[in-house]
Design a protein around this ligand. Structure first.
Ligand code: CP
Ligand code: NVA
Length: 301
């Protein structure tokens, strides 16, 4: 039976920990120049409906490092845009390639694609979730802190796709997630309902959310597809910027994380993202290593 990664609930705790450890191992092999072409001869399609820098490049480079061939497709240039169904597109791609990574607006469309596909499908971000991001964030936290279990992760800002995947991660691993979101921008209750309530706490005061946190995380206030709301959101998120003062409420050795792209002066102050507690570029690098582990896990197991 083929396996997909559409949300973190597709993986057990043990599988998440395996991917984190395998990502660390592949990172070490890569750094030491040791070949690890586990997917030699395979082909992976990458379909993009939205822009991307990190996901596009880290997957493409990772696929090449594993000995496989990436095929990058822009949804607007495919027959999808002229009315070919998602199901037919999926059936056709499944005849050519060994795996499909897709970044799309609709999470449901990705579920439809996965259902019709005979090869593993990986969610490279939808409006609802971003599982690959959180798997590489977990790798980064394990690298920096040894574990995430027993820790406190504070997420400040919009209850968006990244926040939803953090919530699902807290459903699988034993850490405490404190969300600080403005009223009206809380995460979708559908995600909160999927995890043990004691693991996730929702606040409207960002200072309260970050109290005693080991990790302070934020993301953009207007996600891809929300450009028209950007001005209103700037007003509604006032007071939710991760500043040095906010960081000082977290643990002294707390790290600052952001999935990027970032907007200095909006969701994060420049002095924080460019300061000593920030690990955002390690985090970005780890997209490469974690995704290689995801690909190897899904295609070889
Ligand atoms: N963090 C992330 O997914 O970045 P991109 O949008 O550049 O892929
Ligand atoms: N929430 C952001 C994440 C970008 C990686 C977005 O969806 O645009």
């Amino acid at each position: 039976m083929k396996r997909d990664l559409l949300t973190l609930l597709d993986l057990t705790r043990e599988e998440i920990l395996y991917i984190v450890k395998e990502g660390e191992r592949l990172k070490d092999l890569q750094k030491r120049g040791i070949s690890h072409r586990f997917l030699e001869g395979r082909t992976i399609a990458m379909v993009f409906e939205k822009p991307s820098t990190r996901t596009r490049v880290s997957f493409e480079v990772g696929i090449a490092q594993l000995g496989a061939t990436p095929v990058v497709l822009h949804a607007g240039e495919m027959q999808l845009g002229r009315g070919e169904t998602v199901e037919d597109t999926s059936r056709v791609l499944s005849r050519y390639v060994d795996g499909i990574m897709i970044r799309a607006y609709s999470h449901q469309a990705v579920e439809t694609l996965a259902k019709a596909s005979t090869v593993p499908v990986i969610n490279g971000l939808t409006d609802a979730t971003h599982p690959c991001q959180i798997l590489s964030d977990l790798l980064t936290i394990y690298e920096q802190k040894g574990s995430v279990e027993g820790m406190t992760v504070a997420y400040v800002g919009d209850g968006n796709n990244v926040a939803h995947s953090w919530i699902l991660a807290a459903g699988r691993l034993d850490f405490s997630l404190r969300l600080g979101c403005p009223k009206g921008y809380e995460p979708d209750p559908e995600f909160l309902a999927k995890v043990p309530p004691e693991r996730v706490k929702l606040f409207h005061d960002p200072l309260e959310a970050v109290a005693g946190a080991d990790v302070v995380y934020t993301d953009v206030w207007a996600s891809m597809g929300q450009e028209e709301e950007a001005q209103k959101r700037l007003r509604d998120f006032e007071g939710y910027q991760v500043t040095s003062e906010l960081m000082s409420r977290a643990k002294e050795d707390a790290v600052f994380m952001h999935c990027l792209p970032a907007h200095r002066g909006q969701e994060v102050a420049a002095e924080v993202i460019d300061g000593p507690q920030s690990i955002v570029f390690d985090q970005a690098e780890n997209r490469l290593h974690a995704q290689k582990a995801i690909l190897a896990f899904l295609l070889l197991h």
